[in-house]
Design a protein around this ligand. Structure first.
Ligand code: ZN
Length: 502
């Protein structure tokens, strides 16, 4: 067959796989947003069928033949087509290393572990989860052997979330981050007057919160003709196409910030998905190269823009109109301070910018020790509690607020947590360069103009899709590879002046 014909057949195959996965994603979105509770079992079967078909269609011999034939003729292909063939070969090779029987065993163990985790967390009883977590750890170690690695079995798992990143490199980065962030948090703790400001303890109309979140999303450049916002218990972003990228948020009457920051965070993810190239639609290149890269987009919008003084200066008049009489004596500076309160806490998802990575470092260290075989699952609660005390200075009262708080281990997602911290580092590096390259950046944000920011992200990050790895993209966009220094300098400068640390 001629090379162009092979390549076209490969494209068709990849689009078919993407279509099946997108159909499954629509069902998942519906499950979280609309579905009545009794629909759960049938929905599970429908998703199982669709996902199995997508997996089989992608991993079958025929797809492998198309990829290798297209690869043999790679010199006749243009650079984009070559990137597509390379990425398909990478995904195919990784998927084929795992035996079909193992995939099924792992998937069954995960659904049992998830049910056990729900119950264990509800009763705050780690013993209920223990045997399941032991199985999950054993299976993850087995998976690492199938996938292969050079130095550390954890590298094999990490590769699935942050390609090219290694355990050794993370240890280096996290040791710098951990020391500096613990020290900064301690200095802030000594300088902070608690509790928070009185004006925050009011009731905030949820319809107004909803209206405000839509306004900010529109200002950010989120295209509502190619997306929508709904409510769900746990906010998320999903996409069925670059022209249909949906987000969710949650509303709480006594929390002024929660819905807004959820919306901005998911909006950051969604802008990335809406920003891939039209010609990549339905193909592997219309995707982020890693979870850390995806998270950098949400955190850049949420923390570096949404928690800036310029942002609150712009939106103060809007907020005073939305909440008549409730913010009369509150200035932009006070909103900014309230949005950036630092307080070491038990729960990762509620953590502030100064302490968030410490939660991640703790989980990374436990995960590596478990996968290396240096920590018994039975010893996880004690190890968790000891690290919480040492890193954050907080005492864990029970396992529900400790090692049972996250869903990830029950899903078998070992290697996922570090991508949250990497997202913070990438975001700070990108933001730092963007500020230098976009003229009058702060003044633009103060006017509520985010076009300069979005255009910069579109050209440097979004349009690349998966053509390069996250590490390459960061290096090219900022001039340096991923490193902790820029993020730490940002924290030091922002919180140093917020808390007069001198
Ligand atoms: Zn996120």
């Amino acid at each position: 067959m001629k090379s162009s014909a092979v390549y076209e057949r490969l494209q068709t195959r990849l689009r078919d796989v993407t279509n099946l996965r997108a159909a499954a994603a629509v069902l998942e979105w519906d499950q979280e947003v609309n579905m009545p509770p009794k629909g759960t079992d049938a929905r599970g079967r429908q998703l199982g069928t669709l996902n199995a078909h997508a997996h089989t269609l992608f991993t079958c011999e025929e797809t492998g033949d198309l990829i290798s034939q297209a690869g043999e003729d790679a010199e006749h292909l243009d650079p984009d087509a070559r990137s597509l063939v390379n990425e398909a070969a990478y995904d195919y090779d990784r998927a084929r290393r795992i035996p079909e029987v193992f995939v099924r065993r792992f998937s069954e163990a995960r659904s049992r572990a998830y049910q056990a985790w729900l119950e264990a967390r509800k009763r705050s009883d780690f013993a209920l989860f223990l045997p399941h977590l032991e199985t999950i750890v054993r299976l993850c170690r087995e998976e690492a052997e199938y996938l292969g690695y050079r130095e550390n079995p954890y590298d094999a798992l990490l590769e699935g979330y942050e390609r090219g990143m290694t355990t050794a490199e993370l240890r280096r980065i996290f040791s710098v981050l951990g020391t500096s962030q613990r020290e900064l948090t301690a200095r802030i703790g000594a300088a902070q007057e608690s509790p928070g400001p009185d004006w925050l303890r009011q009731s905030w109309d949820v319809n107004r919160q909803w209206e405000f979140s839509l306004r900010v999303l529109r200002d950010m450049g989120y295209d509502f003709d190619a997306g929508r916002q709904d409510r769900s218990a746990h906010p998320f972003t999903t996409n069925f196409s670059i022209h249909d990228v949906r987000i969710t948020t949650r509303l709480s009457e006594d929390d002024f910030f929660s819905a807004l920051f959820s919306s901005i965070h998911e909006g950051g993810h969604a802008l990335y998905e809406q920003g891939f190239r039209e010609e990549d639609e339905g193909l592997l290149l219309a995707a982020a190269p890693s979870l850390g890269m995806h998270e950098s987009q949400s955190r850049l919008w949420e923390n570096l823009i949404g928690r800036s003084l310029a942002f609150w200066t712009h939106y103060l008049p809007t907020l005073r109109e939305l909440y008549p009489g409730q913010l009369d004596r509150v200035g932009a500076e006070q909103l900014y301070r309230a949005a950036n309160r630092v307080s070491p806490s038990l729960i990762r998802v509620e953590a502030d910018e100064c302490t968030y990575n410490l939660h991640i470092i703790l989980r990374f260290e436990l995960e590596v020790a478990l996968i290396e075989g240096n920590l018994a699952v039975a010893d996880v609660p004690a190890a968790w509690n000891e690290k919480m005390k040492r890193y954050l200075g907080v005492i864990v009262p029970n396992d529900a607020l400790g090692c049972l708080q996250d869903i990830h281990w029950s899903h078998g997602s070992f290697g996922y947590f570090p991508t949250y911290a990497l997202g913070n580092l990438y975001a700070a590096q990108l933001f730092n360069t963007m500020k230098q390259e976009v003229p009058g950046f702060d003044a633009q944000i103060e006017r509520g103009e985010f076009r300069g920011c979005l255009d910069w992200l579109r050209s440097r990050i979004h349009r690349t899709g998966r053509r390069k790895t996250a590490i390459e993209i960061i290096h090219e966009a900022t001039g340096t590879p991923p490193e902790p220094g820029v993020f730490l300098a940002y924290l030091e400068s922002k919180y140093g002046s917020l808390y007069n640390l001198g």
